[in-house]
Design a binder for this molecule. Structure first.
Ligand SMILES: *Cc1c(COP(=O)(O)O)cnc(C)c1O
Length: 469
């Protein structure tokens, strides 16, 4: 499988190289040159497979040429073996023909484990084969950091540095990162905000001289391997609910458009999906596009669903690329306009075509809490605020009651106690067994000034299993 950039100017890469890259050299994002397509018979024959075996069938075309089947199978069995629920991604019914796909049974209790548990293992496999080491540098406002650290903690060939804004992530989220020890794990609390952290990561990718030749790898959802891993659970859910003979709809709490883009790909690979709902919080750039064909940056608002607090949705570029007939030059122009502060609209025909599949809703904090309370009263299920936004959007935007509606349950409620308390459901939140002593564990973290040079000096001092590069 070959991968091409959405801006048309960067060289095509194979899976191994795309795994080890961040942005393409032309500023674009990598996508498969040709998407695999499965027949209905083929998909139907996968019904009842354990999650890791389904994962093998869905993802195999993306890695052919880079990873032999037997090795890939083994990696997948290990990856999904660490999930605490034997179904890996169980469905729970909320209401008539309405289901939550629970994606929070991984080590860090959010859906990001599906991709990052795999990414860590894939990196280690490929690097071992090549005899190389890499440095991962990422910024987090919460969920990504812990999932990336958990995913890479056993990787002999990876040193991972995660920046978080000092004193600005929740205690559960901080402890999920800082209580994992290893000579290759480095938590840095930056005396600044999340944007400062993200800017430092961007600047470090742009000028990597401080790494003395060691390669830098991205762990945010611009990394293709993350999107790839998320395609699987759309097939998994559909097969549980009568697919592919029957069409299914999905409502997806969205920030960077990564998770829902995986659903869009599942559909293009042959899975019958009737409707994809973009569920955002008050940071609603995607909703403004889907409802009014305007893609314009606005100011950032802090919400009760912080993992979706974004101004710009990085993976949306991957959808725009398809919307424009995969014309990289056109897309480069569009993204240029956007970068210069201009918003844009797309051709009315293209927008109308997109809207045949996508609907959207923006949900504010008050509605989020109301939905948590409503669902708890209806069926005793306690939702996290992100999932609650998905449920609200599903209920508002649903086109047909005959078609099963699946809401992606992106996090466990225990990660976001503030929203649950505000919703006033009066149910005590308990950490799952493997995290029950989280608040007693020792922490390890380095506080650094909000200064790029200080952060880069730290990385180059510790980037080789804790020793200088
Ligand atoms: C990361 C995250 C999201 C947003 O996912 P995207 O792929 O950026 O759309 C939603 N909910 C939770 C709990 C998350 O951690």
């Amino acid at each position: 499988m070959r991968y091409i950039s959405t801006r048309g100017q960067a060289p095509a890469l194979n899976f191994e190289d795309v795994l080890l890259t961040g942005l393409a050299s032309d500023g674009g994002l990598y996508v498969p040159e040709n998407l695999p397509r499965f027949t209905q018979e083929e998909i139907a024959s996968w019904a009842g497979l354990p999650y890791h075996e389904l994962a093998f069938r869905v993802m195999r075309p993306f890695v052919t040429g880079s990873i032999p089947d037997a090795d890939f199978k083994k990696i997948l069995e290990e990856t999904y073996g660490v999930f605490s629920h034997s179904a890996v991604a169980p469905l729970r019914q909320l209401n008539g023909n309405e289901w939550v796909l629970e994606l929070f049974h991984g080590p860090t209790l959010a859906f990001k484990d599906f991709a990052l548990q795999l990414l860590g293992r894939l990196l280690d496999y490929v690097l071992e084969k090549r005899g190389e080491r890499v440095v991962i540098l990422g910024a987090t406002s919460g969920d990504t950091g812990s999932a990336a650290i958990e995913g890479c903690k056993h990787c002999d060939n990876v040193d991972i540095f995660i920046l978080h804004p000092h004193n600005r992530v929740s205690e559960v989220q901080r402890r999920q990162m800082t209580t994992i020890f290893g000579e290759n794990i480095h938590n840095i609390a930056v005396e600044g905000n999340f944007d400062d952290c993200q800017e430092m990561v961007k600047a470090s990718f742009a000028d990597q001289s401080f790494l003395k030749g060691t390669r830098l790898v991205a762990v945010n959802s611009i990394n293709w391997a993350r999107i790839m891993a998320q395609i699987v659970y759309y097939f998994h859910a559909s097969l549980q609910l009568g697919g592919p003979a029957r069409s299914v709809s999905f409502s997806v709490p969205t920030g960077n458009f990564g998770d829902i883009f995986a659903g869009y790909l599942a559909r293009n690979m042959g899975l019958p999906i009737n409707q994809l709902i973009v569920a955002t919080n008050r940071n609603d750039i995607l909703h403004r596009f889907m409802s009014g064909n305007q893609y314009v940056k606005e100011t950032l608002h802090a919400t009760l669903s912080p993992s979706m607090d974004i101004m710009v949705s990085s993976n949306f570029e991957r959808l725009l690329f398809d919307m424009h007939g995969r014309n990289g030059t056109a897309l480069a122009g569009l993204m240029d306009t956007f970068k210069q502060g201009g918003g844009f609209s797309v051709d009315q025909d293209r927008w109308t075509e997109t809207r045949k599949l996508f609907d959207s809703l923006a949900v504010d904090d008050e509605q989020t809490c109301e939905t948590i309370a409503e669902v708890f009263a209806q069926c005793g299920e306690l939702l996290d605020p992100h999932t609650a936004i998905g449920v609200k959007a599903a209920r508002e935007c649903r086109r047909s009651l005959d078609i099963p509606m699946v809401i992606l349950g992106t996090a466990h409620p225990v990660k976001f106690p503030e929203a649950v308390e505000k919703a006033g459901v009066g149910k005590a939140l308990e950490l799952p067994a493997h995290l029950s002593d989280l608040f007693e564990r020792d922490e390890r973290c380095t506080v650094l000034a909000n200064d790029l040079k200080a952060v880069q000096a730290f990385v180059s001092q510790h980037g080789n299993r804790g020793k200088p590069l």
